[in-house]
Design a protein around this ligand. Structure first.
Ligand code: SF4
Length: 471
């Protein structure tokens, strides 16, 4: 697997001064799986912002000394980043902070604007100067521009939403308010909860809400703006229901943590269902079902439950290697450093190997070699997603068809290339069972881009090779 996640966002609103940076820190820890390149926290104490952000994991960036340097405040915004637009460098770390004529703002973003290039060039032609290459700064600019003539930050955000296209789950903070927003398609998840002390928590995933001891209230609806102030929470819904809901189906398959619940659907249960479907559609005589850690494990349990083939822990993941691990010696097989096979489980057995996807095929091929070297008699691979055929423009790094093995090869050819005895994918028509009947985006599998469908015409973005867009 070599797809990377997007980002994780987190927000805190406390009715009275509290250690909001500490709460944010624990929340970001729970969202580390969504981005490991950089992270940051901005705290608001009486309208004065204090922030710290850097490249690295949450535990590396926020030492005890750094955390102690934050004041107690009433609001905080946090971010973990895997950059999908913009280079991985310090200037692209979030939250993005903006000082403007009416005050200041800190903004954290998960997703990717599909009209970022167009908006950026319009802004630059009107005199804007960008300090980063990330699309989050574009959002900050547009919200700030609208704020100059709007009565409130929520009005400015609502107006900005008429301009922004693509995926954005945002948490933003002004001197008086915490605001969170989910784009009208609802591509990326966003939800909120409350602690026993009345502190509101906003997070990309419900696992982060529970991690800080808060109770889950609900998901932010696609197109909804929530505003947290000293008077409580208010909802603006003028963009709700303006588009058909199209949340990212790959959140259930791979991105999200299995203990999260997105739009009322348990990620763990969605993966179990995928595994069960695979067992019914692609049965095989085998001795043991092995899941590829971490995101293949739940589907492997589902396959085992539906097929009656015992589940076995045949692969162990090195927990101390982050997903952005860089090998100092490229001759070494990185798969072997990240994963190891348990020979006692594998040797002499016919294995059903469950993974969440095959992208380029190189990682899958190495994984299959690992299982064979451990003595597997047969390896039958089952994938809990359909073949990847199209790029994603909504916040993942599947950016080019050139990198997708299924674009150039049939299923039997892929099976031969990665060295398995048989290969079966989850078919497109079964994806709906993962989101329990709710509208979902499956564009990377079927090319059915939500915005293309919404506009009724092919927009240039979807027809232009990525290399040209980035030029
Ligand atoms: S294109 Fe694929 S990865 Fe991207 S938002 Fe849609 S389903 Fe998710």
């Amino acid at each position: 697997m070599s797809i990377h996640e997007e980002c994780g966002v987190f927000g805190v609103y406390s009715p009275k001064p509290a250690d909001v940076a500490g709460i944010c820190y624990y929340g970001l820890y729970s969202l580390q799986h969504r981005g490991q390149e950089s992270c940051g926290i901005a705290v608001n104490k009486d309208g004065i912002f204090t922030s710290y952000k850097d490249l690295g994991l949450v535990g590396e960036v926020f030492s005890a000394k750094v955390l102690a340097s934050f004041p107690r405040g009433r609001m905080a915004v946090g971010h973990t980043r895997y950059g999908t637009t913009g280079a991985s460098n310090r200037s692209n770390c979030q939250p993005v902070e903006v000082n403007h004529q009416k005050g200041r703002m800190a903004l954290a973003h998960n997703g990717n604007l599909s009209n970022a290039a167009e908006l950026r060039s319009q802004l630059e032609l009107s005199g804007a100067i960008f300090h980063t290459s990330s699309d989050t700064e574009i959002i900050a600019y547009i919200v700030t521009r609208e704020l100059l003539s709007a009565d409130s930050i929520e009005e400015a955000v609502s107006r900005a939403m008429n301009t922004l296209e693509g995926a954005y789950s945002l948490v933003l903070m002004t001197p008086e308010k915490l605001v969170c927003v989910r784009d009208p398609f609802g591509f990326r998840p966003l939800c909120y909860g409350i602690t026993e002390d009345g502190i509101y928590i906003v997070a990309s995933e419900s696992c982060a809400i529970r991690a800080v001891g808060a109770g889950f209230i609900r998901d932010v609806e696609p197109g909804e703006i929530l505003v947290f102030t000293k008077d409580g929470v208010t909802s603006r819904r003028e963009h709700c229901g303006t588009r058909e809901k199209r949340s990212c189906i790959f959140e259930y398959i791979y991105f999200a943590r299995p203990d999260s619940v997105i739009d009322g659907v348990s990620v763990h249960e969605a993966r179990l269902r995928a595994g069960k479907e695979l067992a019914m559609l692609h049965p095989v005589d085998a001795d043991i079902v092995v899941g590829v850690p971490d995101s293949g494990l739940d589907a492997a349990i589902g396959y085992s439950m539906a097929s009656g083939i015992p589940y076995g822990m045949g692969l162990i993941k090195n927990k101390y290697i982050g997903r952005t691990f860089i090998a100092p010696d490229h001759r070494l097989d990185q798969v072997k450093i990240k994963l190891s096979a348990i020979e006692e489980v594998i040797r002499g057995r016919r294995i059903v190997l469950i993974d969440d996807s095959i992208v380029r095929g190189t990682t899958s091929g190495r994984l299959v070699s690992l299982i064979r070297e451990a003595g597997a008699k047969e390896v039958h691979m089952r994938v809990s997603a359909p073949p990847f055929l199209y790029p994603c423009y909504y916040g993942t790094d599947v950016d080019s068809q050139d990198n997708l093995i299924a674009c150039r090869h049939s299923v039997p050819e892929i099976a031969a290339m990665i060295g398995v005895d048989s290969l079966g994918y989850l078919p497109l028509e079964k994806l709906g069972s993962l989101s329990a009947g709710q509208g979902y985006c499956s564009a990377c599998f079927d090319g059915n881009y939500p915005e293309k469908a919404a506009s009724g015409a092919c927009r240039n973005w979807f027809e232009t090779p990525l290399s040209e867009k980035e030029a």
